[in-house]
Design a protein around this ligand. Sequence first.
Ligand code: SAM
Length: 292
Amino acid sequence: MRLQQYISNTAADFESADLCFAHGTGNALDESVYLVYGSLGIDYGLSLELADRDLDEEEVRLLDERVSRRIRNREPVAYILGEAWFCGLPFHCDPRALIPRSPIAELIMNGFAGLLQGAPSRIMDLCTGSGCIGIACAMNFPTASVDLVDIDELCLQLASANSDRHGTSDRVRVLQSDLFERVSGRYELIVTNPPYVSAAEIKSLPAEFEHEPGLGLLSEEDGLQIPLRILRQAADYLEEHGLLVMEVGYSAERLAERLRDVPLLWLEFEQGGEGVMAITREQLQHYREQLN
Ligand SMILES: C[S@@+](CC[C@H](N)C(=O)[O-])C[C@H]1O[C@@H](n2cnc3c(N)ncnc32)[C@H](O)[C@@H]1O
């Protein structure tokens, strides 16, 4: 069988299996390319025409087994491959942490244009999971020191491995903490993609999400508990001109409604995505009462 034919057959199988494409790709063909190229170590930059060749029996066996895991078990491709891409960088990826996919990637790649007064020297990635956001920040701000904070020790092991992979360990620290509990000092930028999915929403998520750790998704109080805790505490950990950037995804409308009088700046994305807000330390202090 030819590689291009295998990819198009697999895309058709994915389509008819009614899979959810929300963990790195947005459609059946891209998902098929992701699985096949990733499994065979083909550069994702190579076109289907240039990559086309005969597949040997062993390759077909490997691919068939992985396609079956994707369809029967609804396993996300990133977990099958053990790798996900974020900000153009590869990250180790396994069910210890959520699969990287935050639209915050676009902000990192453009240096938080229009949001920061200069390159930040101290950055915190709160609720870091695999470490993708903080490590990508470290790569894009080469003189910054970055703290990766998570409550879960297993996530932090994965985040450390990712930091080693990208050679950032001299500037990137991991810290186990319930939000800010064990944090000290102040940061110019706190970036966070915390859990924000309500218990009711979790029940209705497609089966692919069941492979991800619940701790990475669930937030009580209709998804708002953790985002609100962060908003209430962040000012104490930001420098005078510091900024908090937080993704709240599905919960954006509920948060905006709850904090009607607080000037949350909802960011726009050229590459898709929504539900990410920014707020300065000054504003967090000014509106402290409304956050309670
Ligand atoms: C939505 S995942 C985000 C992972 C990563 N930032 C990303 O974008 O892929 C949320 C992360 O928050 C962590 N977490 C949950 N509750 C926490 C808490 N109270 N304090 C710190 N981290 C927490 C989870 O372990 C999980 O890794």
